[in-house]
Write a new protein. Sequence first.
Length: 203
Amino acid sequence: MRFTVAIDGPAAAGKGTISKQVASHFGFAHLDTGLIYRATGARVLAGENAVPAAQGLRAEDLQRDDLRTPDVAQAASKVATIPEVRNALVQFQKDFAARDGGAVLDGRDIGTVICPDADVKLFVTASDAVRVERRFLELSEKGIDVTREAVQADLKARDTRDSERQTAPLKPAADAILIDTSDMGIEEAVAVAINVVQSKWRN
Ligand code: CDP
């Protein structure tokens, strides 16, 4: 059985939590595609060139504990503008999406490029202020030392770079369902997403 859920949206909109919980509710596998760009960015910060870093990515690169830092996020969004980097990472994501038993992938270009035929496409957004506050709390809880101003600058720079790049820019697929989570708690946002997936599942 194949069933693919594509979840895209700007930084810190709630995609990660929604994706994890949708996957666990339906028993699907989950891939946070941002992690593979972050792992590539981390290898570049360690001195490698971006294209060989992406081509040589290994499973253990995704286990590094510094992938959530703002420095790595910036490096990720820079390598993500390079078409050869994106090309190197496409097949792994497509294979993951096609696995037996159902898959949820979250990122920026899942509904538009990686899985244009996904069974469900969601585009998750929230206001700038809400996203800054959520990411600030998330990083602070992880013990990462940041200010709200630094988080705001990181999100703004990445959203602009991600939306304006030539290859696979951040944008909703024409057939994506928009979920604005600005005025929702995370449980409500997860429930909305589960309802949408349920309506398409085994119909
Ligand atoms: O968690 P957050 O939404 O802040 O970011 P992420 O999903 O971990 O993605 C980090 C960066 O990777 C993004 O800013 C994008 O530049 C890039 N990315 C991408 O280009 N395409 C994807 N499918 C996923 C992430």
